[in-house]
Ligand binder design. Sequence first.
Ligand code: HEM
Length: 376
Amino acid sequence: MALQIARLVLARCANQQVASSSALVNLEYAMLSRSVSTWGFRNLSSSKPSFCVAASSASPPPPPPNNKAVNTLRFILLGSVAVGGVFAYALFNSEMPQPAALATGQTTVKKDYGAVKKAIEDILDVEGYDDGSYGPLLVRLAWHASGTFDKADGTGGSNGATMRFEPECSWGSNAGLDKARSILEPIKAKFPWISYADLWTLSGVVAVEGMGGPTIPWRPGRVDKPSGVHCPAGGRLPDASKGAQHIREVFSRMGFNDQEMVALSGAHTLGRCHTDRSGYVNPWTNAPTTFSNLYFQDLLNKKWTPKKWDGPLQYEDNTKTLMMLPTDMELIKDKKFRKYVELYAKNEEQFFSDFASAFSRLLELGVQFPAATVAV
Ligand code: HEM
């Protein structure tokens, strides 16, 4: 429709000598390719989903042509496009801002977190990927997005979703999480009002619940940061080759105590290691898509010996199909940790309850929630 209007207007401007076919082509091109951002719209040329964005920005667009007639026409055309867009939105979207809301600048778009949760549930089961579920990968995304928090200065944490940007997206500890971020893109496109930070943490929550785990209290309110200059310092996520002291340093920096460290580590009942991501291999348990206390039972009841291979030190059971990381083994070597491993191996209910509170807190570290934000 906009192009039809353009042709009409150009025809009437024949006496201004702007309606030559080449002017028309130029005008159409200008409309479609470069002047959108000048009028306050998003630059369409950069709208492709970006899973890892460099910190530096693209070069600025060239200045608009110094042609009054073309500028006037562009104004008319873009105005038509905007009005047309609003009508199309009204026709096809029942959550259209109402006139009163438009007048006051407010929006009534209903933030239906239930619908987002449902959309996440729907993508969890995938035949052919690992053990048949993206659930464990999404739990790891939520944890790595949040586990950078430093309580000393309030930096890091899930707020900001800075893992979209360099350098954080390329940290070795985040290898493989590009996959997690990309599978959530269609959901972000369907519910553009949710921040990435809320979406990533909510997906971890939905994944735990969807795999049979406890209900995790979760509330929205995280705000995305615009660029990689907000990435936290590197080296904050745990190194699996290290000992108990390192585990305590990393988790107490976030504000967790020994019991919470053990409870959170129970997430390794899910998923597996990948040689092309961390260098380690195999799952921790025989039920890697079911949330349970099996990890603690296996830690205590199976015999773990160093795996003989060219890779990094890891432990294997007598079937050689299951694994433990050096940091997992610290949980039974260190007496203070071990007593909680024993507790959770015996009492799954206690594990579920302690995991739910610690995981919920992990996902909220450093987030300033708007007043009166409630769990959904
Ligand atoms: C000392 C602490 C921790 C260390 C050293 C550690 C290390 C690792 C490593 C090396 C992997 C394998 C990654 C891969 O190759 O794909 C992994 C996977 C995983 N981690 Fe941790 N982790 C720790 C704590 C946690 C915590 C606190 C959670 C969640 C609350 C968690 C959740 C997971 C999950 C669900 C996976 C499986 C991912 C998948 O299957 O793709 N981890 N972790």
